[in-house]
Ligand binder design. Structure first.
Ligand SMILES: Nc1ncnc2c1ncn2[C@@H]1O[C@H](COP(=O)(O)OP(=O)(O)O)[C@@H](O)[C@H]1O
Ligand SMILES: [Mg+2]
Length: 318
């Protein structure tokens, strides 16, 4: 049994189809939902976490139906929303304690110590949260989310508004949670992060999944490697197995191939056979950015989630 099963899940707001016929099976993994603003990421998470009823379709978490068995689902999950979920007037420990009480956690104080320790907040646990950095607040939200030992963790844009070091740290924690047996469902629009952190990714475009797979699979499927060679004369095109010659621009030859590094020796041989001198030859692997831009329509909803606004808001709260 997978941790998350989604069948034809849809959500309409009036005439707007925010989520369109989503079907996914998610195992014990870090699963990333990627998409531009307004593509339906938060709406999907809100349905999976029982906060919003789907218009059509259904979803199961650890075998429990999000609509018919919402209570059971809530026991299995934790959700860290996009907007802040900590109270800055209280200390870190008090914030976590509030959650622990709400969930009726047994052996409470020990558990609170544990999650604060896991999130590297022990030394600052008794400071008011208003003195925490953005990264520490996010880690505190994770600590809160962990206190009742969920099996599935939902994170909506967990690294938005954080600096590079804090983002890296959040992902390290997320990865170690997954290694310890948790399924993580995470939305992000930072492609680089999804590329390195997620086991699998779905790309959402206006509510529809347009691609699913591991970052490597997606990159291989959609975009090929590019091989760039700098030579000192004119190259005569021919038919080469596994390589397509794109063209020559002055001294630069461009080829594309499914596996760039495999065909380089052959290309070197071919270029030299034509008595050309190779100054440089390099293979460029596709980036997830390329896949993303190739799969989603150039569409960003102005009324959707606004990164800059969120950062400004975070700054104001500090
Ligand atoms: N409660 C709501 N009422 C009406 N429209 C909504 C509501 N929530 C979201 N939407 C719309 O649904 C679409 C998807 O939004 P959302 O799931 O927040 O996208 P994302 O999280 O990918 O930025 C957007 O067009 C948004 O404006
Ligand atoms: Mg969102």
């Amino acid at each position: 049994m997978s941790s998350i099963n989604v069948y034809n899940l849809s959500k309409k707001f009036g005439k707007l189809i925010a989520v369109d016929n989503l079907t996914l099976d998610i195992e014990d993994e870090i699963f990333g939902l990627l998409g531009p603003n307004g593509s339906g990421k938060t709406t999907t998470i809100r349905m999976l976490t029982t906060l919003l009823d789907p218009t059509n379709g259904s979803a199961k978490i650890c075998g429990f139906d999000t609509k018919k068995e919402a209570g059971k689902v809530r026991e299995k999950i934790s959700y860290v929303p996009q907007e802040m979920a900590v109270d800055v007037k209280f200390t870190g420990r008090e914030n976590v304690r509030f959650y622990a009480k709400m969930y009726g956690v047994q052996n409470r104080e020990k558990k609170i110590d544990d999650v604060l320790e896991i999130m590297e907040l022990s030394d600052r646990a008794d400071d008011p949260v208003k003195n925490y950095s953005g990264g520490m607040r996010r880690r505190l939200e994770l600590a809160q989310a962990l206190v009742h030992e969920p099996e599935v963790l939902f994170l909506d844009e967990p690294t938005v508004g954080l600096d590079v070091a804090a983002r890296k740290k959040i992902w390290e924690h997320v990865k170690s949670l997954q290694k310890n047996g948790m399924t993580v469902f995470v939305t992000t629009h930072y492609l680089e992060e999804a590329d390195t952190a997620c086991d699998r990714i779905a790309i959402l475009d206006r509510g529809k999944v347009v691609a699913v797979g591991s970052p490597t699979e997606l990159k291989n499927k959609i975009i090929k490697d590019t091989i760039i060679a700098e030579v000192n004369g004119e190259f005569i095109p021919g038919t080469f197995p596994g390589v397509i010659f794109v063209g020559q621009n002055e001294n630069i030859l461009t080829f594309i191939a499914d596996n760039g590094s495999e065909v380089v020796p052959f290309l070197v041989h071919e270029i030299e056979r034509q008595r050309l001198e190779i100054k440089t030859i390099t293979v460029h692997k596709p980036k997830l950015d390329d896949v993303f831009l190739g799969s989603v329509s150039v569409f960003e909803e102005s009324g959707g989630f606004n990164d800059i606004k969120f950062r400004t808001m975070l700054r104001r709260r500090r």
